[in-house]
Design a protein around this ligand. Structure first.
Ligand code: PHB
Ligand code: FE
Length: 328
């Protein structure tokens, strides 16, 4: 069932545990000490609230990302770049067969603002949804302050490249980015670049490993270089990717350090397709018809290479471009 209505939003006064309840169209959202509850006209769903907050944090920070952001096997969003489907059971074979799936098409600014309000109200001062579980306090309990600075962190998105004049700056101790506890062995020296006069705004270099060793967040790719539609989006990972990403295009992974195991499933049914174990130096391409979730037992460095071409998703969906990257 799909509803395409004007999608009014609202929020009510706090319930017994101190958290507000929210609606988006006919979806309802409430939390208690341990769980987030999502309701819709044909069903309801429950998630651990820490997992829910980690997922909604990524969905907001990435502005609904490429394709599908599954919070788990039931709830999630599909980006139509201007509008967003909020769905329940849409990519779950059992819900589909039982005709219990439900979705609503919502203008992006409306769902963005309501999701931000949910995240801000439901995140206590002890919890940082971007941090690894080892580096944050609990998400649970009755309402206990807020952590607005953490949940509104700006994602790094370079126009050309980090460290070029007028673009994103390097991370340092001084600007609040100490080296992470797991990357204390990463060299911090910077390359020496001798620029021909007149090219000062065009030529630069930086130590990417040093840069990543100072990332304060996990599972949050930042854009460090842009060349037309080619986006280099490295990130540091620890524990579990808080969402299951359904691709609408091919993306490449370069494992820069340590190890991540990827569980890869069919995007539409959730059927298992493969498990990919990536060790430092491994490269793989994730097809455009899968969904995947990564597991990183130690903090690791991953380069996600995205094709930002705005026409690509439609070309692949209509069969004019393949779901895989190369013919062997
Ligand atoms: C992905 O879905 O491809 C993805 C998302 C976030 C990450 C890494 C990979 O940190
Ligand atoms: Fe992905």
């Amino acid at each position: 069932m799909t509803a395409d209505i004007s999608t009014p939003t609202s929020s009510s006064e706090p319930g017994a545990e101190g958290y507000r309840q929210f609606t988006l169209g006919q979806f309802t959202f409430r939390r208690d000490e341990y769980f987030a509850y999502v309701g819709w006209p044909t069903g309801s769903h429950v998630m651990s609230v820490d997992a829910f907050l980690r997922a909604i944090q990524r969905d907001i920070a990435w502005d609904f990302f490429y394709g599908i952001v599954n919070f788990d096997g039931v709830i999630g969003t599909t980006n139509h770049y201007g509008t967003v489907d909020l769905f329940a059971g849409r990519y779950n074979e059992s819900y589909r067969k039982a005709e219990l799936d439900y979705s609503e098409l919502i203008d992006t600014p409306i769902i963005r603002e309501q999701f931000k309000a949910v995240l801000d109200d439901w995140t206590n001062q002890t919890f940082d949804p971007f941090a690894s579980p080892h580096e944050t306090g609990p998400a649970f309990g009755v309402k206990n302050g807020s952590n607005t600075d953490a949940v509104t962190r700006r994602r790094v998105a370079a126009d050309r490249m980090v460290n070029l004049p007028d673009d994103e700056e390097l991370r340092t101790d001084e600007n609040g980015n100490p080296v992470n506890r797991m990357f204390l062995d990463v060299a911090q020296d910077q390359p020496l670049v001798e620029v021909e006069p007149g090219f000062e705004k065009e030529i630069a270099a930086f130590n990417l490993f040093g840069y990543l060793s100072r990332s304060q967040v996990t599972w949050n790719p930042s854009v460090v270089s842009v060349c037309r539609d080619s986006l280099f989006c490295p990130t540091t990972e620890e524990y579990i990717l808080p969402i299951i990403h359904g691709n609408d295009r091919v993306e490449w992974f370069l494992q820069l350090s340590d190890q991540i195991t990827w569980e890869v499933e069919d995007r539409d049914t959730g059927h298992v397709r493969s498990r990919v174990v990536m060790k430092a130096g491994d490269v793989c391409a994730m097809p455009a018809d899968i969904r995947h979730q990564g597991y990183s037992p130690k903090r690791s460095m991953l380069l996600v290479w995205e094709n930002g071409n705005p026409g690509l998703a439609d070309l692949i969906a209509s069969g004019q471009a393949p779901t895989y990257p190369a013919e062997f």
